[in-house]
Design a protein around this ligand. Structure first.
Ligand code: NAD
Length: 357
């Protein structure tokens, strides 16, 4: 029987509560689909600072590197807000992504049918369904480029540099094309090639990788300003969107709002190997921590992404996604409460999802 080693970085605030529900769900799918999962915990963020003095202990990095995959809750909270930058919980988050060489961030924007009313978009715009995957380059571009201050015409000025190398573009393009092959086979590469030289190289490179390695995938291009507009005008046209770090940062937040609730948004960060880091998009929600009222579905859906993209168990992933869809017709956590449906706590929501798998 296949056994997968998964490291849990429960983190702070609601992190432990939501990760516990995802663990239950993974155990249930393992039983049902004939594989086994073994879990090991490691410290990250505020809890790591309290125990070891640093937000990312070396032991955590070592454990994650040795595992098949990592599931993260969330980090941070008011207790650590006044720590210096490199000692804050969020530094642990950036640190672990860097240490694991995670260069591709996957953010699905999905509308679950029972949550349609929570979307700010009109029914006729959403159509039958919406299921977009945004692939954002995570370790290059303007967020990591040369920056500084200088004087221009005697006045203070500042600059940041957008730069991408061909290998950086090639590897993110391959992630997007591979994903598209597992979905409906379409990639939209988003850039600003009418203005930026870095975008022109991006487009040339994506075009070449497509021609040489993925001719079976449909590829089109869009300028980022048009894409921002099209996401709210006609989101159904998109399957996989691949884009740079800064454009992906903005577009993935825009697309996620279309689905209506922060408690439903999953994400994955992948590197060159099979292993990845899976986490909900939301933070540690200190305002509701310990009250058993957090929505665990984003974390449960992140676990489903792990099954699909790192562990090679797509049927188990689908079973979780289907169970989440079904549970939304029966019960809701407080953040997505609806009239006529029972409001349940975090733990009960996890139990219900398990019972539907
Ligand atoms: P947040 O996402 O934690 O919370 C924003 C609001 O959404 C809050 O009202 C919260 O109660 C609610 N919310 C979030 N997740 C929810 C869930 N699963 N179920 C129900 N309600 C939910 O963002 P914030 O308040 O800006 O940040 C709180 C802390 O989290 C800060 O320390 C911040 O730095 C950290 N943070 C961590 C991550 C991460 O670990 N990836 C991401 C964002 C923020």
């Amino acid at each position: 029987m296949k056994e997968y080693k998964i490291v849990l970085l429960k983190g702070d605030g609601i992190g432990p509560e939501i990760v516990d529900q995802a663990v239950k769900t993974l155990r249930k799918t393992a039983d049902k689909f004939g594989f086994s999962v073994c879990f090991d915990e490691a410290l990250l963020g505020g809890s790591a600072i309290d125990a070891t003095g640093v937000p990312l202990p070396q032991e955590t990095v070592d454990k994650c590197k040795a595992a098949d995959s990592t599931l993260l809750g969330a980090v941070g909270g008011p207790k650590w807000d006044n720590m210096p930058g490199d000692k804050r919980p969020e530094a642990g988050l950036l640190g672990i992504r860097g240490a694991l060489g995670l260069f591709a961030n996957l953010r699905p924007a999905v509308i679950f049918e029972p949550l349609r009313a929570a979307s700010p978009l009109k029914d006729e715009i959403i159509g039958d369904a919406m299921d977009i995957m945004i692939v954002r380059e995570l370790t290059g571009g303007i967020y990591f480029g040369e920056r500084g201050r200088k004087e221009v015409n005697g006045q203070p000025a500042a600059f940041d540099t957008e730069m991408y190398s061909v290998p950086e573009i090639e590897r993110i393009a391959r992630v997007a094309f591979d994903l598209a092959r597992k979905r409906s086979g379409r990639v939209c590469s988003v850039d600003k090639a009418n203005v930026l030289e870095s975008s022109r190289l991006w487009r040339e490179t994506v075009t070449r990788v497509h021609k040489e390695e993925y001719p079976d995938v449909e590829l089109n291009y869009m300028y980022v300003d048009n894409c921002a507009m099209q996401l709210v005008r006609n989101p159904k046209q998109f399957d996989v969107i691949v884009t740079s770090n800064i454009f992906g940062d903005i577009l993935s937040d825009e697309a996620s709002m279309i689905s209506g609730s922060i408690g439903m948004l999953a994400s994955a960060s992948l590197g060159s190997g099979k292993s990845g880091l899976y986490e909900p998009v939301h933070g540690s929600a200190p305002d509701i921590a310990g009250t058993d009222s957090a929505n665990p579905l984003a974390t449960i859906l992140s676990a489903a992404m792990m099954l699909k993209y790192s562990l090679g168990e797509p049927e188990a992933a689908k079973a979780i996604e289907d169970a989440v869809s079904k549970v939304l017709e029966i019960a809701r956590t407080a953040d997505i409460a609806a009239e006529g449906l029972r409001t349940v706590g975090c733990k009960e929501m996890g139990d219900l999802v398990c019972s539907l798998i």
